[in-house]
Ligand binder design. Structure first.
Ligand code: ME8
Length: 510
C-alpha cells in the first residue's frame, strides 16, 4: 500500500494582498501535512496562486500594470506570506506557468474529444468578484446570493454538459459518504445537485487574460476550469506518470465554505467526464469574522496575518487560529481571546510546566535527568497512560480534520500534568523524600517530551526550541518516538531553561 499523501489548498486570486482567511486555509493544511510527515507518510503539500480571469485582469488594469507583471508581484506576496507563516509546502503553483496551461488544454481536449463540450451562447448573470455564473432565480435584490455585484453577460461560449452528470454525482455521493465534510456542507451540495444541474459555460470571449481554448483563439477558458486543474498539474498528470500514479487521486482538497460547490460538484463532474479518478475528500472550513463583524475591505477591518505575527508571535498566532475555533465552524477573531490563549494555554499551562520541571532538575539534581521509577505509583501510571494513548486520539482527530480537538486532547494531558505536579509537590519532596522527587520529575519530563513532539505540526519553531532544551536528538522527534515506545530517548543532562512561551503583556495605554 502506498503511503503517499497529497494535500492541497485552494489557489488564491492575486487581485489583492493576502489576508487572514488565506493564511488560515494554508495553515490548516500545513499542520496536517507536518502531522502526516511525522507519522511516516510521504507527503506532497501543494499551494499556489490563481492568476487568470476577469477579476485579476481588472485589478491589473486598475493598478495600471500589465497582467503578467501584476500577477508576478501579487503572487510574490503570497509566497512571502508562506515563508512568514513557516508553511512547509512542497510546491507553489502559479496558473500562468506553461506547464499548467498545457495541462488545462489537455483536459479540455479530452473533454471535447469525448463529446462533453459544445459551442453555444451564454446569456445570463456573472459576478466578477465570485467569478461565478448565477441564474435569474438566484439573484437577490440585483445581487449574487453572496452579496457580490453581478453584470449581464451575453457572448458566444463553450459549454460543458454538466446537466448529464446529476445522477452520477448523486450516486457517487451515496457511495462515498465521507467525500465532503462537514456533513452539513455535504447536505447542501446534495440538495443543490438534486435540484437539477444546468450545462456550465466554460469559456469567455470578452477579455483575454486566460488559458486559450485549443483551436479557438477567440475564447479563453473559464477561470474555474483553469484553477481546479492546478491539482492535476502539480500531480504530474501532463508529464510525469510516476508522480501522477503516486499522487492521484488527491487525499484531500481543503477549501473554504465559499467554494465547496466548485470542488464538490463541478470538479468531480469534469473528472468523471474525463475518466479520471475523483479526489478522496473535500473539507470545507468556516469563515473568520473580526470582533463579530464580517471581514471586508470596505469596512476596513481586514486582518493582516503579518501584523498578527509581529504583535503576538508566529507560533502563538498559529496555535490560536487552530485552537480557538472548531475546524469547520465560522469563528471570530477577538484580541482578548488571542491574549487569553497565549497567556493561559501557552505561557502558563505548557510553558510554565516545562520550565518548572526543568528548573527543579537543574536546581536539585544538577541537571541530571532522573530515571523513571521501576514501580509506578497510581498517579504516575494514570498520567503516563494518558500521554501514551494520546497519539492514537490525536491521529483520529487529524484524520477527521478536527485540529482544534487534537489540541484540546493534548492540553488535557498538559492540564493533567499540572494537577499532578501540584498534587505531588516535588519542591516539598526535596526535603521529605528526594528519591520520590526524582521519580515525579522523571514522569513529568516524559510527558513533556511526548507533548513537545505532538505539538510540532502546529507550533514547529517553539516545539523545536522545547525539544532542544530537552536535548531530544533531531531523529527522535517523529511519532515513532512516542506512545511510551521510546522512553530511553530522554536526555541525560539538561541546562537551565529559557522561557519558550513568553507571556503577552499589553503595551501601556491600550
Ligand atoms: O476562491 N475566513 O480564491 P480566493 C476564512 N481562486 N477563510 C477565508 C476567508 C475568511 N474570512 N476569506 C477567504 C478563490 N478565505 C479561488 C480558489 S481553487 C481551485 C480556486 C479563504 O483568493 C478560504 O479558503 O478568493 C477561501 O476558500 C479562499 O480563501 C478563497 O480565496
Amino acid at each position: 500500500m502506498s503511503n503517499h499523501f497529497y494535500i492541497t489548498t485552494p489557489i488564491y486570486y492575486v487581485n489583492d494582498k493576502p489576508h487572514i482567511g488565506h493564511a488560515y486555509t494554508t495553515l490548516a493544511c500545513d499542520a496536517y501535512a507536518r502531522f502526516q510527515r511525522l507519522d511516516g507518510q510521504d507527503v506532497k503539500f501543494l499551494t499556489g496562486t490563481d492568476e487568470h480571469g476577469q477579476k485579476v485582469e481588472d485589478a491589473a488594469t486598475k493598478a495600471g500594470i500589465a497582467p503578467q507583471d501584476f500577477t508576478d508581484k501579487v503572487s510574490q506576496n503570497f509566497q512571502d506570506l508562506a515563508v512568514s507563516m513557516n508553511f512547509s509546502h512542497d510546491e507553489f503553483i502559479r496558473t500562468t506557468s506553461e506547464r499548467h496551461k498545457q495541462t488545462c488544454q489537455k483536459l479540455w481536449q479530452i473533454l471535447q474529444d469525448k463529446g462533453h463540450i459544445y459551442l453555444g451562447k451564454y446569456a445570463g448573470w456573472y459576478s466578477v468578484r465570485d467569478e461565478a455564473y448565477y441564474t435569474e432565480t438566484e439573484i437577490v435584490d440585483g445581487k449574487a446570493p453572496t452579496g457580490a455585484p453581478v453584470e449581464w453577460v451575453e457572448e458566444p461560449s463553450y459549454f460543458f454538459d454538466l446537466s448529464k452528470w446529476q445522477d452520477k454525482l448523486l450516486a457517487f455521493y451515496d457511495e462515498n459518504p465521507d467525500f465532503v465534510a462537514p456533513a452539513s456542507r455535504f447536505n447542501e451540495i446534495k440538495s443543490f445537485v438534486s435540484g437539477g444541474l444546468k450545462d456550465l459555460s466554460i469559456s469567455r470571449t470578452s477579455f483575454k487574460w486566460g488559458v486559450p481554448v485549443p483551436n479557438d483563439d477567440a475564447h479563453v477558458m473559464y477561470v474555474w476550469l483553469d484553477a481546479l486543474t492546478n491539482y492535476l498539474t502539480a500531480a504530474g498528470w501532463l508529464d510525469d506518470e510516476a508522480s501522477y500514479q503516486a499522487l492521484w487521486p488527491a487525499n484531500i482538497h481543503m477549501v473554504g465554505k465559499d467554494i465547496v460547490r466548485f470542488h464538490a460538484v463541478y470538479w468531480p463532474a469534469f473528472l468523471m467526464a474525463a475518466d479520471l479518478p475523483l479526489p478522496k475528500r473535500i473539507y470545507a472550513h468556516g469563515w473568520w469574522t473580526n470582533e463579530g463583524q464580517k471581514i471586508s475591505k470596505s469596512v476596513g477591518n481586514v486582518i493582516d496575518p503579518l501584523a498578527l505575527i509581529d504583535e503576538f508571535g508566529l507560533d502563538q498566532t498559529r496555535y490560536f487560529l487552530l485552537r480557538e475555533v472548531p475546524f469547520g465552524n465560522d469563528g471570530d477573531f477577538a484580541r482578548a481571546a488571542m491574549i487569553q490563549r497565549i497567556n493561559s494555554d501557552l505561557a502558563n499551562d505548557l510553558g510554565n510546566l516545562s520550565n518548572r520541571v526543568q528548573s527543579l532538575i537543574v536546581k536539585n539534581l544538577d541537571g541530571v535527568h532522573p530515571a523513571l521509577p521501576d514501580t509506578l505509583q497510581e498517579e504516575d501510571k494514570a498520567l503516563l497512560d494518558a500521554a501514551d494513548s494520546l497519539l492514537e486520539r490525536v491521529r483520529t482527530n487529524f484524520a477527521n480534520q478536527q485540529f482544534h480537538e487534537a489540541l484540546r486532547q493534548i492540553w488535557q494531558v498538559i492540564s493533567h500534568s499540572n494537577r499532578y505536579v501540584d498534587a505531588m509537590a516535588p519542591w516539598a519532596l526535596k526535603k521529605t523524600d528526594p528519591p520520590r522527587m526524582a521519580e515525579v520529575l522523571a514522569v513529568l519530563m516524559e510527558v513533556i517530551r511526548q507533548c513537545g513532539i505532538l505539538v510540532q505540526p502546529v507550533m514547529p519553531q517553539s516545539a523545536n526550541a522545547l525539544l532542544d532544551q530537552l536535548k531530544i536528538p533531531a531523529d527522535k522527534r517523529d511519532f515513532a518516538a512516542i506512545g511510551g515506545a521510546r522512553r530511553d530517548d530522554l536526555p541525560v543532562e539538561i541546562e537551565k531553561p529559557q522561557a519558550v512561551f513568553p507571556r503577552f503583556i499589553e503595551a501601556e495605554g491600550e
